[in-house]
Design a protein around this ligand. Structure first.
Ligand code: SF4
Length: 244
């Protein structure tokens, strides 16, 4: 979106990225490459405290009930569809930084339904240029690739790229994350082990450790299936030799 805004000379005072701290390392390389390509600086806005602190250590004060005003739990836990504290913080900090200026938001034409929830998160003035241009996700990727951007291969592995540990992503993406980025997956397991009992798990109330067990089981099954397929192949080979 920003590439085309620049190419078509739209008014653009500032380019803002919200750095959750949960980005893929390749995304920081991508930003550096983008800055070099466009000659424009990207302003990085950060959360008021790190997302790890938010998730694991933040003291949460009860707003109502018998414990009103007291710390009633520690840490927000993993985000979920009903506990999107991460998105709330992101929108708040961007709103604080940008003020009342018009925002251009990169929601693609084939995900136009997301504009409704984006509009709910903030009432600041906004436009959705990709929707205006009727550019879907595939067209956006092609546009960027034509200009030499490849995100270090991220979009060859994942159909969508956001926070690597986002519990709202599809199960297949998490499986790919474990396969291709074991150190990031291990980081998730470490955080998962630190989240207290009062928090409500990761994605459909599974923990990351539950997912680890599931994926490890799948790997073992695949190894078994592969071994059996090879055994059948070599058995067939033996039979064919005997026929010869
Ligand atoms: S990608 Fe997921 S974890 Fe990251 S800010 Fe959005 S909802 Fe939260």
């Amino acid at each position: 979106m920003v590439l085309r805004l620049i190419e078509e000379d739209w008014p653009l005072d500032e380019i803002v990225m919200f750095d959750t701290g949960w980005e893929f390392p390749q995304m920081y390389d991508h930003i550096a490459k983008f800055e070099e390509f466009t000659g424009r600086k990207v302003t990085v806005v950060k959360p008021r405290r790190s997302f790890e602190e938010w998730m694991l250590r933040r003291e949460i004060v009860a707003r109502k009930g018998p414990r009103k005003g007291e710390v009633h739990r520690i840490g927000n836990g993993w985000p979920s569809p009903t506990r999107r504290w991460c998105t709330r913080e992101k929108c708040d900090q961007i709103d604080r930084h940008v003020g009342n200026a018009v925002r251009y938001i990169g929601i693609a034409a084939d995900e136009v339904q997301r504009t409704a929830s984006a509009n709910l998160m903030s009432n600041k003035p906004r436009r959705y240029p990709l929707v205006e241009w009727d550019m879907d996700e595939a067209a956006c990727l092609a546009y960027c690739r034509e200009r030499g951007f490849d995100w270090g291969g991220l979009y060859d592995i994942f159909p969508r790229v956001s926070c690597y540990c986002c519990p709202l992503q599809r199960i297949g993406q998490l499986r790919n994350l474990r396969r291709h980025f074991p150190s990031l997956w291990n980081q998730m397991l470490e955080w998962d082990g630190m989240i207290g009992d009062h928090n409500r798990g990761f994605r459909d109330y599974d923990t990351v450790h539950d997912l680890e067990n599931r994926f490890a089981r799948e790997d073992r099954q695949m190894t078994l299936d592969f071994g059996m397929a090879n055994a059948v192949l070599s058995d067939n080979g033996e039979r064919e030799k005997r026929h010869d």
